[in-house]
Structure formats: C-alpha cells, structure tokens
Design a protein. Structure first.
Length: 150
C-alpha cells in the first residue's frame, strides 16, 4: 500500500513538473511505464490478498458456529479427539459428507442424523456456506486404503 502511494506521488510530481519540459518527460518515459506496471501489479496483489482474507473470516465464522453448536460432541478442529467417542471429528468428513452435492442444502433444510442423541441443526445460506468452507479447510489428507498383502 505504501509502495503504491509512493509510485502514484512520483508519477503525479513528474507530470506536474515535466509538463513544460518535454525532454524531461521523454527521458523518464521508460521509468514511467515501468512504474505504472508496478502500480498495477501492486494494486492487483492488494486486491487478491483482501479476497483471501475475506475467505479466512468466513471460515472463522464457520468454526465459531461449529464450536457453539457441535463441539459438545464433535472435534471441530484440525486436531483432537471428539468428546463423544461415537461422534466423528469434522476433519474426517471429506470422503463421506462434504462433497455430496446436496450437503449445503441439507445444512439449510435442517441437518439431522440417525443418531437419536443428535439434535437437528438448521443454518441460513451464509452460515451453511461458512460451515462448509471451514470444514473443507480442515480435512485430513486422503489416505488410500492399504490392500492386504498376499
């Protein structure tokens, strides 16, 4: 951000002071073009880092929702055992639930389980997306099953 400001001030100063001096402007034409490219690239970098930060905030919101609603039974982080041994850690859902095409809709309609002790949870669309994105971000790497050796 500071670099972008310095480059912009430099370009404005060169324009203002070089208006009457064509030789000065032509002497720095290559530098001006390079500085413009750097300004554009730094602006793009700033925008992309802001977008990445927004996703992190969404994931944090999803984590907070899961901690409030589900952590009584499930492990909701990248590590740790679930308080209820029958409740799988959310980081292990990748193969079974998260990539079902209707999982997001089921979170909105009211997610329930065959386990009688598990209450039904209902999320609005934004919260369901935050929960799903957080859960996808904590998944354990896929481990292929080992076939028995003969």
């Amino acid at each position: 951000m500071i670099f972008s400001t310095v480059v912009t001030v430099g370009l404005v100063a060169l324009y203002v002071y070089g208006r009457g001096n064509l030789a000065l402007v032509s002497r720095f034409a290559g530098t001006i073009a390079m500085l413009r490219c750097l300004l554009i690239l730094s602006t793009i970098g700033l925008c992309s880092s802001t977008c990445a930060h927004a996703l992190d905030e969404e994931q944090q919101h999803g984590k907070e929702l899961l901690q409030k609603m589900c952590a009584r039974c499930h492990s909701v982080g990248r590590t740790g055992a679930s308080p209820n041994r029958q409740a799988p850690p959310f980081r292990s859902f990748s193969e079974t639930k998260l990539y079902d095409s209707d999982f997001l809709q089921r979170l909105q309609d009211g997610y329930s389980s065959i386990h009688p002790a598990m209450p039904t949870f209902r999320f609005n669309r934004d919260d369901a997306e935050a929960v799903l994105n957080y859960m996808k971000s904590i998944q354990e790497p896929f481990k292929p099953r080992q076939l028995p050796q003969r």
